[in-house]
Design a protein around this ligand. Structure first.
Ligand SMILES: Cc1ncc(COP(=O)(O)O)c(C=O)c1O
Length: 424
């Protein structure tokens, strides 16, 4: 197999694994939760799924390549793979991203870090959330880079590192306006100077996080200014931190000046431009492709007379004679009940409205204007059929939420089926 060579190290600070450790994605063809019943080598074809998500690993590679081109070769890419890689399946996505040349992984917890380690050893992993006190020892032992927001946390890491004979490579976070994690502005310089003197702890990274980069340019610029000022002050004190990062997907797209020498895209890796007032103006990018599509099936087609109430509560009553299709997905799969009256699906290449309440395992589409619908037909919840498309952002609008929540809300009973490069 043709294997990519991992990017060179920035001044030897990030220890990259040797190329021979690139994982094989064999046996990762179907999400692990589906594998017990639909394992590799089974004769089941796509036709036998009732509700499933297709994950296109070639699209993932192309997106990563576009991000690489866009930020420049000297900039490290930390791919955010929290929450089961935004619902795409952590281990399969991690394997594909390792092959695609990601430099670092960003996770929410140690269990996600462990899953990545089982796919391929040696990749740098940054935990983006704060470590709980009882997790510190494991993080140090497993070489997971912690995010540190206070001197107290730094001291606990330093003590654990010395006890275990290890060096912790920490990323210090600065709060420039997100109000979640990070040292608050005025204390940052003094505190970083103190932390950098702790034994067993090497400050490998310094970062901040945009609070509303997709919507608010002025606020984002103020965040950047504050961060730059701190970098300048630190440099005047002779403190140099090897990796500096601020940009999530919105930052990569909208704030070129915030790229520094590492970026942390999440949504963009999965081919989605984050919605917002500022991103509305970005033209569709032919180099970015949504990685995930979501499908279910038509189970039954029924003709119903005018006046027939549909689904629980009878909130929808047929205003005329209608043809409806009963579909094999519901809120138990992650299709939110709160989207009642706003959602559409694609059947036979046409947009069909969901009518009546969405139930746990089934929902009902109006196919009166769609001829030829038959049991077994594919109904696309997110994705394309011919020229018609439902984007994850459109679905998020119907659900009254954001694309991040739609993707991470697709439940475990929906098998993820892997297509494209490195899918087995
Ligand atoms: C600290 C941090 N950086 C980067 C990201 C990636 O964000 P996005 O998916 O908008 O690119 C996240 C996601 O929540 C995050 O918490």
């Amino acid at each position: 197999m043709n294997r990519p060579t991992p990017a060179p190290l920035p001044g030897g600070e990030l220890k990259m694994p040797p190329a021979t450790k690139l994982p094989s994605s064999e046996g990762l063809g179907v999400g692990s939760w589906a594998q017990s019943s639909l394992g590799k080598g089974s004769e089941l074809s796509m036709n036998q799924y009732r509700c499933w998500a297709e994950v296109d690993l070639s699209a993932l590679h192309r997106n990563l390549a576009w991000i690489r081109k866009s930020v420049g070769a000297g900039v490290k890419i930390l791919s955010v793979v929290k929450a089961d890689a935004y619902g795409h399946g952590l281990q399969q996505i991690a394997a594909a991203l390792m092959h695609g040349g990601t430099d670092v992984f960003g996770v929410a917890n140690l269990s996600e870090a462990g899953s990545i380690r089982r796919v391929g050893a040696g990749w740098p992993i940054l935990m983006l959330g704060a470590c709980l006190p009882h997790e510190i020892e494991t993080a140090v032992r497993d070489d997971v880079r912690p995010t540190i927001s206070s001197f107290g946390e730094a001291r606990l890491f330093s003590v654990a590192a010395q006890r275990l004979g290890k060096t912790v490579r920490a990323h210090m976070k600065v709060d420039t306006g997100m109000g979640r994690l990070g040292i608050a502005g005025p204390d940052a310089e003094h505190l970083l100077a103190k932390v950098s003197r702790l034994k067993g702890l090497h400050v490998e990274g310094l970062y901040t996080h945009f609070a509303s980069v997709e919507d608010n340019a002025a606020f984002s610029h103020r965040q950047q200014e504050q961060f730059r000022l701190l970098l300048k002050d630190l440099s005047q004190r002779g403190i140099h931190v090897p990796l500096v990062h601020a940009s999530n997907s919105g930052g990569v797209l909208l704030e070129r000046g915030s790229v520094f020498n590492m970026v942390r895209p999440g949504l963009l890796v999965y081919g989605i431009i984050p919605p917002g007032l500022r991103t509305q103006r970005i033209r569709p990018n032919p180099d970015l492709h949504p990685v995930l599509s979501w499908h279910c099936r038509v189970a039954l087609v029924r003709e119903i007379p005018k006046g027939t109430p549909i689904s629980y509560g009878g909130t929808f009553v047929a205003p005329r004679r209608m043809r409806v299709a009963i579909l094999t997905a519901g809120y138990g799969d992650g299709f939110m009940r709160s989207s009642n009256g706003r959602s559409v699906v694609l059947i036979c290449g046409r947009r069909c409205r969901i009518v009546g309440r969405i139930t746990m395992d089934q929902m009902i589409a109006d196919v009166s204007q769609t001829p030829g619908v038959a049991p077994g037909d594919n109904a696309t919840l997110i994705g394309r059929q011919g020229n018609a498309e439902i984007t994850v952002c459109e679905t998020a609008g119907a659900f009254g939420t954001i694309p991040w929540e739609v993707l991470t809300g697709i439940t475990y009973r929906v098998p993820r089926v892997y297509l494209g490069a490195h899918a087995s």
